[in-house]
Design a protein around this ligand. Structure first.
Ligand code: SF4
Length: 326
């Protein structure tokens, strides 16, 4: 459990959780499984409307060669990490686009292609409205033997914002899939949230705390809104309709959030690093990883605080960022 002194972690890191569970370091190896997503898949030549923040790579890591078959990507990734760091256990991570957007047969065959003896688990990135019952059932069975991480792109629980960014699902869809996931308690659901959407208030961002206090979500990945080239939000930025968070604002929002979620929630990441500096328009700190992470840790120390400090207490006030609307 994290504590608030300089000698102890102030939040529960994924790497610590994995090491405790598997007895040694475990690394995720990102693969592109060749999936599309409902917002980019055109039917009968219909125009598509991607999420306003998403660039054409759909969250793919920059170093991935999507033309390589999944197994080859995985083996190449494992070999590099093993040679460099001596790591022997891995989690293949299907990150790009919506990795449950295909028939269950296709999904399962792609997942199994990387589930070798080195793989202690699997991580699958998807969205709340796109997981078939039989696939969920298969993942539930797999979770009896291996770690199954379902990376769920909730992004926000504010319907006004979900509508504005053309997400294609509402907050109720997120709550519904979490209800279905209750039947599979060994699946480790990791919710992704983005802070800094235009017009979203501190209270609206903090509403997602309930996912961890009331719906049993086990993991969290924090992202700031990065303005990437080629996205609709980049156009809004040019028109002055969106103003990215300052680093100090983001640090305060994440620290506020961490204080309110349970101490055993696993923190997969504290900020979203744009994969390539050239893809990023703003904020100017959006391609950094260590700096935002360190500043959030420093802020928790400064407050003499830690993850879970206010867990179970009623939220009050407007938080560290006041009334500002972005
Ligand atoms: S964020 Fe996900 S669902 Fe939205 S357009 Fe990108 S890949 Fe598709």
């Amino acid at each position: 459990m994290p504590t608030g002194t300089k000698n102890f972690p102030v939040y529960r890191k994924l790497s610590d959780y994995l090491k405790a569970r598997f007895g040694e370091k475990v690394y995720r190896v990102t693969v592109d499984g060749g999936f599309s997503c409902p917002n980019r898949d055109s039917h009968d030549g219909e125009a598509v409307q991607p999420c306003a923040f998403c660039d054409e790579r759909g969250s793919a890591a920059a170093h991935i060669d999507a033309n390589q078959v999944v197994r080859l990507q995985y083996e190449t990734g494992c070999r590099k990490i093993e040679e460099k760091l001596g790591i022997r256990k891995f989690i293949p991570y299907f990150q790009s686009y919506t990795n449950t957007y295909a028939s269950t047969k296709v999904c399962v065959s792609r997942y199994l292609s990387v589930m070798d003896e080195k793989a202690v688990g699997i991580a699958i990135g998807t969205r709340p409205d796109c997981i078939a019952d039989d696939l969920l059932n298969w993942l539930g069975k797999l979770s009896e033997e291996k770690l199954v991480i379902l990376d769920l792109g909730v992004q926000t629980l504010t319907d006004r914002v979900l509508d504005m960014i053309h997400r294609g699902h509402d907050a109720a869809s997120s709550l519904q899939v979490l209800e279905r996931l209750c039947r599979y308690p060994k699946i480790h659901t990791c919710v992704h949230l983005i802070f800094g959407f235009p017009t979203e208030t501190w209270n609206e961002m903090m509403a997602a705390v309930s996912l961890f206090t009331e719906h049993g979500v086990k993991g969290i990945k924090f992202h700031q809104l990065n303005i990437l080239r080629g996205t609709e939000i980049a156009e809004w930025y040019k028109e002055g309709r969106v103003s990215p968070l300052e680093l100090s604002e983001y640090v305060n929002i994440v620290a506020d959030f961490l204080e309110q979620i349970p101490p055993d929630v696993v923190v997969h990441r504290l900020s979203a690093r744009a994969d390539t500096h050239s893809a990023l328009i703003a904020p100017d700190w959006g391609w950094l990883h260590l700096k935002p992470t360190q500043k959030i840790v420093d802020e928790l120390h400064r407050r003499n605080s830690f993850q879970g400090k206010f867990f179970g207490r009623e939220m009050s006030g407007k938080g560290s960022t006041g009334d500002r609307l972005w």
